[in-house]
Design a protein around this ligand. Structure first.
Ligand code: ATP
Ligand code: MG
Length: 426
C-alpha cells in the first residue's frame, strides 16, 4: 500500500491563519529588542556535539536524553542545536566580537531541537526568541532584560496571565557547597524518592528542587535553603536587582526553589510562568552565565540571557485573545477581466498599480471563468475593491471599480485609477 509520507513526530508545519500569530509575535519581539539597541545574530542550527556537552553539562537531561546527535559522512559527531546560548558564545569567541566592543547586546530567533515527549506546548522542533548580552556585570542589565520581557508581554496583551519568578543560585562554588548539603539531606529519604529523582540526586541534585512530584515537594519543605548558602556578592547582586525591579514597577515573586536545567547558570535566574497552559507552564526562562565564555575557551566575560518559547506564546495568545490577528480585509484590490481582454493587459495594469501603491495588497485573478465566478473569488479573499477590465472598458481606456464594502460601482478612465484607489482605500 502506498503510505503517505508525514512530518516527523513532534515537528509541526505552520501555515495560515496560525502563521499570522507567529509573525505578529515575532515582529513585536524584534521591534522591542531593536529599540533597546540589540542586534540580530544568526548561527548554524548544527554544531559540533562537543560544544553542547562541554557547555550544557554532560549529566543534564538535555545532553543525556534530548539531543539529536548523528555522525556526518566524515564521521564527525554533530548535533542539532537544543538551545542557542552556546552557539552565540561559540560564535563570539570564534569571531572575537565579544571582545572588540566591550559590550554586546544580541538577539536570535529560530528552531531548536530536543527529543522531548511531544505534547501540547512541548515539541521536538520548537522555536526560541532569545537575547544574550555580554560584558555587563549587572545587576542593571539583569533588570533591563527582565524589563524587556515585561514590555513585550504588556504589548502583546498577556501580562495579566503570566507572572515572574526570580531567584539567585549564587556562584558555582557556593552552589556546589549547597548541593553537598542537599544530597546529605535527601539521602535520609532515599527510599521515598522516585527513579528520576534518585538519578538526579547523583547527577544534578539542584534539579530536584524543580520536581513536579508532590511527595518529593513535601520532603523538600524541610530541606536546607539554597539562599542560606549563596555567597555574599551574589546576595548583594540579587538585593540590588530586586530594588531595580521595584523601581521599574515590575512585579515578581522570589522563588527559592527556582533553578535552571542547564549547568552553566549562576546568580540571577528568572522565569515567566502561566497557569493557562497546563504542565508546560514556562513561556520564558533566563539567567546569568558568567563562566560560560571562559569555559568554552574565551576570555572571561560576564553574560546573561533569556529565551522565550514562541510555540507556547502562540498557544497562550490564541487562548486568551483569538482576535489578536486581524484576518479580514487583507486584500485591498482584486483584479478581474471579462470578455476577450488579454491576461497581458491585466498583468501590465496590476504592475502599474503596484508601482504607485506599494503598500496595498493586490491580487490578480488567474484561471479564467465568467464574471460571476471571478467575483465570488474576490469575495472569498474578502477583497475591499474589485477592478473589472471588460472588453468595452479596455477599448475605451476605462475600468470599472466595484467597492465590495458598499456595493457601489463606478466606471473611470484608467488614468485616474491611482488617485481613485487612494481615495477609496486611505
Ligand atoms: P521545560 O522544563 O519546560 O522542559 P526547559 O527548562 O527545558 O523547559 P529552557 O531550556 O529554559 O527550557 O528553554 C526556554 C524556553 O523554551 C522554555 O521556557 C519553553 O518556553 C521553551 N521550550 C523548551 N523546550 C521546549 C519544547 N520541547 N517545546 C516547546 N517549547 C520549549
Ligand atoms: Mg526541557
Amino acid at each position: 500500500m502506498n503510505k503517505n509520507i508525514t512530518s516527523i513526530r513532534g515537528m509541526n508545519d505552520c501555515f495560515t491563519p496560525d502563521i499570522k500569530f507567529w509573525q505578529k509575535i515575532e515582529n513585536k519581539c524584534k521591534q522591542i529588542l531593536t529599540n533597546y539597541g540589540f542586534s540580530e545574530i544568526r548561527t548554524p542550527i548544527i554544531e559540533q556535539t562537543s560544544l553542547f556537552s562541554r557547555a550544557i553539562g554532560k549529566v543534564t537531561d538535555v545532553v543525556k536524553k534530548e539531543m539529536y546527535t548523528f555522525n556526518d559522512r566524515s564521521g564527525n559527531s554533530l548535533t542539532l542545536r537544543p538551545e542557542n546560548t552556546t552557539g552565540c558564545v561559540r560564535s563570539g569567541i570564534e569571531h572575537g566580537f565579544l571582545y572588540k566592543k566591550r559590550q554586546q547586546r544580541l538577539w536570535y530567533l529560530g528552531p531548536m531541537f530536543r527529543y522531548d515527549r511531544p505534547q501540547k506546548g512541548r515539541y521536538r522542533q520548537f522555536y526560541q526568541l532569545g537575547a544574550e548580552v555580554f560584558g555587563f556585570i549587572g545587576p542593571d542589565i539583569d533588570a533591563e532584560l527582565i524589563n524587556i520581557t515585561a514590555r513585550l508581554f504588556r504589548e502583546l496583551g498577556i501580562i495579566k496571565y503570566i507572572s515572574l519568578e526570580i531567584n539567585s543560585i549564587g556562584s558555582l562554588s557556593s552552589r556546589e557547597k549547597y548541593c553537598r548539603v542537599l544530597m546529605d539531606f535527601l539521602h535520609q529519604y532515599e527510599n521515598e524518592l522516585d527513579q528520576d529523582s534518585l538519578h538526579q540526586l547523583l547527577a544534578n541534585p539542584l534539579r530536584i528542587l524543580d520536581t513536579k512530584n508532590p511527595k518529593i515537594q513535601e520532603i523538600l519543605i524541610d530541606a536546607p535553603l539554597l539562599a542560606d548558602y549563596i555567597d555574599s556578592e551574589s546576595k548583594y547582586h540579587f538585593i540590588n536587582l530586586c530594588k531595580l525591579l521595584d523601581a521599574t514597577n515590575i512585579k515578581y515573586r522570589i522563588n527559592h526553589r527556582l533553578v535552571r536545567g542547564l549547568d552553566y547558570y549562576n546568580r540571577t535566574v528568572f522565569e515567566w510562568i502561566t497557569d493557562i497552559l497546563g504542565a508546560q507552564n514556562t513561556v520564558c526562562a533566563g539567567g546569568r552565565y558568567d563562566n560560560l565564555v571562559e569555559q568554552l575557551g574565551g576570555k572571561a566575560t560576564p553574560a546573561i540571557g533569556f529565551a522565550i518559547g514562541i510555540d507556547r506564546m502562540v498557544l497562550l495568545i490564541k487562548q486568551i485573545n483569538p482576535y489578536f490577528i486581524d484576518e479580514y480585509n487583507i486584500v485591498d484590490v482584486y483584479l478581474i477581466t471579462s470578455g476577450k481582454v488579454s491576461r497581458q493587459s491585466m498583468l501590465v495594469l496590476a504592475e502599474i498599480i503596484r508601482d504607485h501603491l506599494p503598500y496595498f495588497t493586490i491580487i490578480t485573478h488567474y484561471g479564467g471563468g465568467n464574471l460571476k465566478k471571478q467575483l465570488s473569488h474576490a469575495d472569498k479573499y474578502q477583497a475591499k475593491i474589485v477592478l473589472i477590465l471588460g472588453e468595452n472598458e479596455y477599448k475605451s481606456g476605462e475600468i470599472t471599480i466595484k467597492d465590495l464594502r458598499t456595493g457601489k460601482q463606478e466606471k473611470i478612465t484608467q488614468q485616474n485609477i491611482i488617485v481613485r484607489l487612494n481615495e477609496l482605500l486611505c
